[in-house]
Write a protein that binds this ligand. Structure first.
Ligand code: DUC
Ligand code: ZN
Ligand code: ZN
Ligand code: ZN
Length: 458
């Protein structure tokens, strides 16, 4: 049976208007001022906001390093939908000497059949050679149209020449390359020096990765993109200095996209000054949390379009056990924090409700822009006839508090503990199926792999 969502305040990237949405099968069949209820199931959305399903284009589920992430695709995607996120893009990694097609297969095994939201994969390359160059168009044909390169982490990082070569090859396929911009070698030297001096606690993590290690890497990355004549996406940008590099490049006509994350907007390096010395490990992620002034500059950059998308970099490790691997050496603390569950409520509460961004801009940052950049648009990210019926009915009156003990994500803390939220996803549809109702998951494992197309420039 068809469903009509009646009388909600529909929020798109351009407008807010009171109207109805008709769902037929997996798709949105119509959006208009008034749609007949006759013979249809009716969902009363009066007093609620209606958003396109949110997209988190930056998660790391079921990742294995010194230990395995606390969230896998089962728990991570359940956490996503309870917050209103209906599509995630995770990172598959091609390890050195291994085929990227094999890596893709491995990530399918991790995700297929157990995911509760739709999903796709970016491919991270750790090297570049003829074999990988041949695989790239094959990957694109399999719906992998976005790629990632690291400038930090010994086992992942590539040099500037590789950056340019991959960006040029990705451009030919119509895809987009994302880059983790931190100067790995400089950071490794800093770490060795700090440890030698006996500085082993988590508070030295940000000391080892100062803002200049991000800004300098962004500079190099942008130069590589210029040589390649290709667009580039700077992921998890965290500093004011980094924003300046992007603005300069754009003035010179370069296509540079920017992602930031809720943690860089809402938290800062005071989190490392905790009562118990090791508590700061909860905030060990890379890039690290920055100064309050960096936070402020990122909020401004959301408003003035310097930042294009907000992903979480959700990479959860339990404080107890996992993070404790680094109790004697901060460089051994697994890097990453959780966030996939709370991103929409955080941006709604601390962005839209505080007047820092409009609701339309929120939709642009969390839905429309990631859909365009990563080849999902207009199937995802928008409320229009023909699009997937990924829809969030949002109760603006719901006041609640973020607490680890209430969360769905499978990790023993949240960096946002005790923060108030002003609104919440009441009902969520995934391709026409109601998967969350009355703030509870009512249907799980309905997520599908999404075969993505070319990146749409904006
Ligand atoms: N940074 C993290 O903190 N975790 C996952 C990967 C990354 O780049
Ligand atoms: Zn699959
Ligand atoms: Zn990264
Ligand atoms: Zn990441």
């Amino acid at each position: 049976m068809e469903t009509v969502i009646k009388g909600g305040m529909i929020i798109t990237d351009k407008e807010c208007f009171k109207g109805d949405i008709l769902i037929a099968g997996e798709k949105i069949a119509a959006v208009s001022d008034s749609i007949s209820e006759q013979g249809r199931e009716v969902l009363d959305a009066s007093g609620q906001y209606v958003f396109p399903g949110f997209i988190d284009a930056h998660t790391h589920f079921d990742l294995e390093g010194a230990c395995r992430t606390a969230d896998d695709f089962y728990t991570g995607t359940r956490a996503a939908i309870i917050g209103g996120t209906t599509t995630i893009l995770d990172f598959a990694t091609q390890d050195r000497g291994v085929s990227s097609l094999e890596a893709l297969q491995k990530w399918h095994v991790k995700a297929d059949g157990i995911s509760s939201c739709d999903y796709g994969f970016h491919m991270s390359f750790t090297e570049w050679n003829e074999n990988l160059a041949c695989e790239l168009p094959v990957l694109a044909g399999m719906g992998v149209t976005s790629f990632k390169l690291y400038m930090a982490y010994k086992n992942l990082m590539v040099d500037d020449d590789t950056l340019a070569k991959v960006m040029a090859a990705v451009k030919v396929t119509g895809g987009i390359t994302g880059v983790h911009c931190e100067e790995g070698d400089r950071i490794d030297q800093n770490i060795q020096k700090l440890l030698k001096e006996g500085h082993t606690s988590p508070r030295y993590h940000p000391v080892s990765r100062p803002p200049e290690t991000e800004a300098a890497a962004i500079r190099r990355c942008i130069r590589a993109a210029q040589r390649a004549g290709a667009p580039v996406n700077i992921v998890h940008l965290s500093t004011k200095a980094g924003l300046e590099e992007v603005r300069k490049a754009r003035l010179e006509g370069q296509k540079v996209y920017v992602e930031t994350c809720p943690q860089y907007l809402l938290l800062d390096d005071r989190s490392y000054d905790t009562k118990s010395e090791f508590e700061g490990a909860k905030y060990v992620l890379s890039p690290p949390l920055r100064k309050p002034e960096d936070r402020e500059s990122l909020w401004k950059a959301l408003a003035d379009n310097t930042v294009n998308t907000i992903g979480t970099d959700h990479c959860s490790f339990n404080f107890s056990g996992d993070k404790e691997l680094g109790i004697k050496d901060f460089s051994k603390i697994p890097n990453g924090i959780p966030g996939v569950e709370h991103r929409p409520a955080l941006l709604y509460t601390y962005g839209a409700m505080q007047g820092k961004i409009s609701l339309n801009r929120m939709v642009e940052l969390l839905s429309v822009n990631p859909a365009k950049l990563f080849g999902l648009y207009p199937r995802k990210g928008t409320l229009q006839a023909g699009s997937d019926a990924d829809i969030v009915i949002w109760n603006p009156e719901s006041e609640w508090e973020i607490r680890a003990e209430d969360q769905i994500q499978n990790v023993d803390y949240t960096p946002y503990e005790g923060m108030k939220a002003d609104g919440r996803a009441r009902t969520v549809f995934l391709r026409g199926v109601k998967i969350v109702d009355d703030y509870k998951i009512i249907s799980e494992k309905k997520g599908k792999y999404i075969h993505r197309g070319k990146s749409i420039p904006f």
